[in-house]
Design a binder for this molecule. Sequence first.
Ligand SMILES: [Zn+2]
Ligand SMILES: [Zn+2]
Length: 260
Amino acid sequence: MELTADYHTHTLFSDANCTVLEQAESAKAIGLKEIAITDHGFTHIIFGLKRKNAEEYRRKIAEAERATGVRILVGIEENLLGRKGTSDLSEEDLDQFDLFLCGNHVFSHHESWRDWYNGWLGYAAYHFGKRPKGRLFSDMTKAYIETVKRNPVDILTHVNFQCYADAVEIAKCCRDYGTYLEISGKKPHFTDEELSDVAATGVRFVVNSDAHSPDRIGDVAIAEEQIERVGIPHSRIDNIDGRTPRFRLAEVKKRKKEVL
Ligand SMILES: [Zn+2]
Ligand SMILES: [Zn+2]
């Protein structure tokens, strides 16, 4: 399994200690032709990308691309906000980004008090290794599903991180809407059995590093181990072995251009 591109990386613009250029240089050194810089979204309370820095973010990415020759997508890792599936990214915002990731992060804003409560309760359960059942589980599942339905999400990141949800139902929705499910190289978030059931839905995958430092760019060894163990055909993963994915946001933009 050879990684074509790494679509989940962070920099000083959110919670990593490295620059865009350092990440790009690292990608070049290991032979990656393409990466995405995907710092945390505006709604992250502690280290989200600041709107006032968004222009500089895009500029630094363009400079690093020119300096290294590595193609760099301007990405963002948005936060799951709640059961209505809203996103704070307007259409104008989305015009500024190439890649739209979304994941659950406890220190983010939420749509309603119930979603705040779910976020923290889910985090507490996760912290103590408990898989919740009942309303919390179904609310979290609904949040993922409605977000995928309502927004051109390219990749759902680390499903089951900081709160468990029904990964199989989420995968079915991703399959139907053309959203990729991430198999993370940072930490396994699915059990082997779960990943096998998720794969059986027909959803398509990407593998990413979620690198917060240059030495982790392209590091998907943990993901690869699980992929081999579970027996997921490599043909189901769209950012390896020379393939590049067909992303939703890019398709939406293409269609918009055709109409204009
Ligand atoms: Zn994340
Ligand atoms: Zn991340």
